[in-house]
Design a binder for this molecule. Structure first.
Ligand SMILES: Cc1ncc(COP(=O)(O)O)c(C=O)c1O
Length: 443
């Protein structure tokens, strides 16, 4: 007999303080996932639920990929853990090299972390340390962007631009923010908006205000995901790159969502034609199977640290995590990147993104949908706010979808889709039909 709570007692439900979750609502009406295969979850009632966000943008290859499961099982038997400080194991070096094969030229030094949030703080710390090593210690301020998401640690929320993620936590690190790139007139644009590149010139205003001698780095997601899928206007990132070059400011791309296929390319840098000085990755790196992230730096950044590192028994960057380069995560990463390449998943996303684009934009005109944005296998729908309650309708849509057998993300005033890379056209059709019905069912 199916049991919505999967046999969990009330005390077990109460014991767990769930992340980014409306705990009170959830515990009244739990949504428990008990299994996953391919593009589908099984829930506690035995229903099949389509995974419309690839987990949390991290399982693009689908669930239960045998090559990854086998690599993980083997690694746990062979070497379950090895200290990453002052000692090494082969797979971390192999994975570092493998990652560089997906990177734009010049980005080839990989620092492992455990998550996207750790990647954010690591890249910000490397940027500040870099300028100290360069003899310019006043370059400490960071520039993020409104609506940006860089995880939940103090560095990440300081440069992040989603108010709800910051409001409770007081002072962060010194940061200012560019304007976001959602502008009036660009609603319902398919792919990248043609207008808006000039928004990058806001950086010149911030340089005027703070002076480049005080600014360490600019950090942006090439395509902002969590705020509702905001593709960059054409040439916007190239313009940011140029301004950073002209003013001696490092440019960091947070590609925790973009890298490894979701954009129909190896990276967002590749898709949008601009190369950063450092790139943050996580999520799709292991297909979500084991937590892992990394910061990939330009070779000369790494070399500066080596040159200015003092005697060679001294560590050049006093930074790292217990789980940096964890052997099991490395085994998962090696297998996941191998499958990503050999399966042709990235090319498939590119080929099918036109079909997906047409499907999501077919909902233009649907009740309460005020904008639709997409790129690759990512799409976001802005939802007209119910009076005084901007998040209520997205929540109601997502819950209605769950009831119909589709998992989608809701956040702020948006609903978001991030399809598994091998989603079939009839699955897309069913998903979009159901989504339209859920919007139409809103009061
Ligand atoms: C662009 C971006 N950066 C950072 C993060 C944080 O990653 P994590 O949740 O692994 O810390 C996310 C997570 O969604 C993200 O989308």
């Amino acid at each position: 007999m199916s049991d919505k709570r999967a046999g969990l007692t009330q005390n077990q439900l109460d014991s767990y303080w769930m992340p980014y979750t409306a705990n009170r609502q959830f515990k009244k009406d739990p949504r428990i996932i008990t299994g996953a295969k391919g593009s589908y979850y099984t829930d506690a009632e035995g229903r099949q639920v389509f995974d419309g966000l690839s987990g949390l943008w991290c399982c693009g290859l689908g669930h239960g990929v045998p090559e990854i499961s086998e690599a993980v099982a083997k690694q746990v038997q062979e070497l379950d853990y090895a200290p990453g400080f002052q000692y090494g194991h082969t797979k971390s070096f192999q994975l570092a090299e493998k990652i560089t094969e997906f990177m734009p030229d010049g980005l080839n030094r990989v620092f492992f972390v455990g998550s996207g949030s750790e990647a954010a703080d690591t890249s910000l710390k490397i940027a500040r340390a870099y300028w100290r090593k360069m003899g310019q210690p006043s370059k400490t301020k960071m520039i993020g962007r409104i609506k940006g998401y860089h995880g939940v640690n103090f560095g990440g929320i300081s440069v992040g631009g989603i108010g709800a993620n910051r409001v409770l936590y007081g002072e962060g690190i010194s940061a200012d923010h560019l304007a976001h790139t959602v502008i009036k007139g660009n609603e319902f644009t398919k792919g990248q908006p043609e207008t808006g590149a000039e928004l990058a010139d806001e950086l010149l205003e911030l340089i005027g205000l703070h002076d480049a001698s005080n600014i360490a780095a600019v950090i942006v997601e090439p395509l902002a995901g969590s705020a509702g899928v905001l593709p960059p206007p054409i040439d916007y990132l190239k313009r940011l790159r140029k301004i950073c070059d002209e003013h001696n400011i490092l440019l960091i791309f947070d590609e925790v969502i973009c890298a490894f296929g979701r954009m129909g390319s190896d990276t967002g840098a590749d898709a949008f034609g601009a190369v950063p000085d450092m790139m943050n990755i996580a999520k799709q790196l292991t297909n979500g199977v084991i937590p892992m992230g990394a910061v990939i730096a330009r070779q000369d950044i790494y070399e500066l640290f080596m040159e200015k590192g003092g005697p060679d028994y001294m560590m050049e960057l006093p930074h790292g995590y217990t789980y940096s380069g964890h052997p099991v995560a490395c085994a998962a990463g090696l297998a996941a990147l191998d499958v990503l390449k050999k399966s042709g998943a990235i090319q498939r996303v590119k080929q099918m993104s036109g079909y997906f684009e047409d499907a999501v934009h077919s909902l233009k005109g649907t009740k309460y949908i005020s904008d639709i944005r997409n790129f690759g296998f990512a799409a976001g729908f802005s939802v007209e706010a119910a009076p005084g309650e901007p998040s209520r309708r997205p929540y109601e849509v997502a819950m209605d979808m769950w009831g119909k057998g589709f998992y989608v993300r809701y956040g702020g005033d948006t609903v978001q889709l991030g399809l598994p890379f091998f989603t079939e056209t009839d699955e897309m059709d069913r998903l979009i039909d159901a989504l339209g019905d859920s919007f139409n069912a809103l009061a």
